[in-house]
Design a protein around this ligand. Sequence first.
Ligand code: HEC
Length: 125
Amino acid sequence: MTGALSGMAFVLSSPSALPQASNAEDASGQQAFNNACRTCHIMREGDNRLGPNLHKVIGRKAGSLPEYAFSSAMKEAGFVWDEEKLDRFIANPEEVVPGNNMKPYGGLSSSEDRKKIIAFLAQAR
Ligand code: HEC
């Protein structure tokens, strides 16, 4: 194998160079998530950044990860995340959990992008 080819094989096998999604739709959901959420959230279980990890967030009780310091608003929200709650929260967090600490975040007005992101969150569970 030439040097150039083995260099390429390295790039292709490095995890960060490969999109995790398997088809185009997943990839665009991942892209939308990367643009809007990934500064603060990742999907890996137990790995909290500025925001809590979103591993299996659909079906998870709001504010319930023991190792993350949620606002009391989120801890006391008293519901389980589903697609509908997420859609409203991503559009306007304040409306769903008043006093929450997901900031600075301007809300995502494109319902198309919200749908893609929620599909991405759902398939990542
Ligand atoms: C500027 C950083 C930031 C961005 C950008 C951001 N978040 Fe958050 N997110 C947070 C923080 C901080 C919290 C914790 C809020 C609290 O405790 O009140 C949070 C909480 C959440 C929760 C509640 C999790 C739980 O366990 O109850 C969900 C769901 C969520 N974010 C989804 C998203 C999605 C989806 C996006 C992209 C559309 C996004 N966030 C963008 C910082 C951010």
